[in-house]
Unconditional design. Structure first.
Length: 208
DNA sequence: ATGACGATTTACT
DNA sequence: GTAAATCGTCATA
C-alpha cells in the first residue's frame, strides 16, 4: 500500500495566504536529493509567515521587486532562497497568488541522512555538532540540507532535488506561536505573532 | 562609486 | 550576555 507520508503536497496546498500555510507546514517533510542520490529530509517544526507588501519585515515590503526577491513573486510552491549576512542562505516556501508572500522555514527535525548532515555541519563548528544543532535555525537547515542559491526559484511541487512531502500534519493543540525572530527593525510588525512552532519539539531554534 | 545593512551563527566573557 | 565574521544587494550620489 502507498506510504501517504511520502506523497507530495499538491499545488493547491500552497495557493493559500501565508498565515494559513505556515501552521499547515508543521509536520511536513522537506526533502533534498543530493547529486549522488542520497536523500536528506527533515520534519518541519518551526516556520514564519511573511505577509507581503504591507509587512515591514517582508522582503517585498512596499512592493519592492528586485532580482534578489523576484522568486518571492513566483507561483505558489516556488522556493525563495536568499543570501544574507555575507554567509548564510535561508529558504522560503512561496504561497498566495503571486503577490509576494511566503513562509520561512526556520527549523527541521532531522529524519533522513543524519550522518551526512553531521558531516556537513561539523565543518562550520569548532565542537562536535549534536543532532539538535543540525537544522535548528533557518541558515543551519540550509547548510545541513545543501540548499543554496541554485535552488532559488525551484519548484517544490514537481522538483527532483528539493521538494515537500505530506508527512503528517500537526494538530493545532500542539502548536505554539510567538513573534518572528530578527525583525526588530520592522517596528509594529515585529510584535505580530507570525511564527509557529511545535511547542514540545527540541529542534526548534528558540522557544520564546 | 560608495556605504549601510541584514528574515544569522558562532565563539567567547 | 556581547561581538565578530563576511559580502551580496540596493539606495544614494
Amino acid at each position: 500500500m502507498p506510504d501517504l507520508a511520502r506523497e507530495r503536497l499538491d499545488r493547491r496546498f500552497f495557493e493559500v495566504p501565508p498565515r494559513i500555510l505556515a501552521p499547515a507546514l508543521l509536520g511536513r517533510s522537506l526533502v533534498r536529493v543530493l547529486p549522488n542520490g542520497v536523500r536528506l529530509s527533515g520534519r518541519i517544526v518551526e516556520v514564519e509567515a511573511y505577509l507581503g507588501v504591507k509587512d515591514r519585515a517582508s522582503h517585498t515590503f512596499g512592493g519592492r521587486r528586485t532580482p534578489r526577491n523576484e522568486a518571492m513573486y513566483g507561483r505558489a510552491g516556488t522556493a525563495y532562497v536568499y543570501f544574507t549576512y555575507g554567509m548564510h542562505f535561508c529558504v522560503n516556501v512561496v504561497c498566495g497568488e503571486g503577490e509576494g508572500v511566503a513562509v520561512l522555514l526556520r527549523a527541521l527535525e532531522p529524519v533522513e541522512g543524519i550522518v551526512e548532515m553531521i558531516r556537513v555541519r561539523r565543518a562550520s563548528m569548532k565542537r562536535e555538532p549534536t543532532e539538535r544543532d543540525l537544522c535548528s535555525g533557518p541558515a543551519r537547515l540550509c547548510r545541513a540540507m545543501g540548499i543554496d542559491r541554485s535552488h532559488n526559484g525551484a519548484d517544490l511541487v514537481d522538483g527532483e532535488t528539493l521538494f515537500l512531502e505530506a508527512g503528517e500534519a500537526v494538530p493545532d493543540r500542539y502548536h505554539a506561536r510567538g513573534r518572528r525572530v530578527g525583525v526588530e527593525y520592522a517596528k509594529e510588525w515585529a510584535a505580530r505573532r507570525l511564527r509557529w512552532f511545535i511547542g514540545c519539539n527540541p529542534h526548534v531554534s528558540t522557544r520564546a
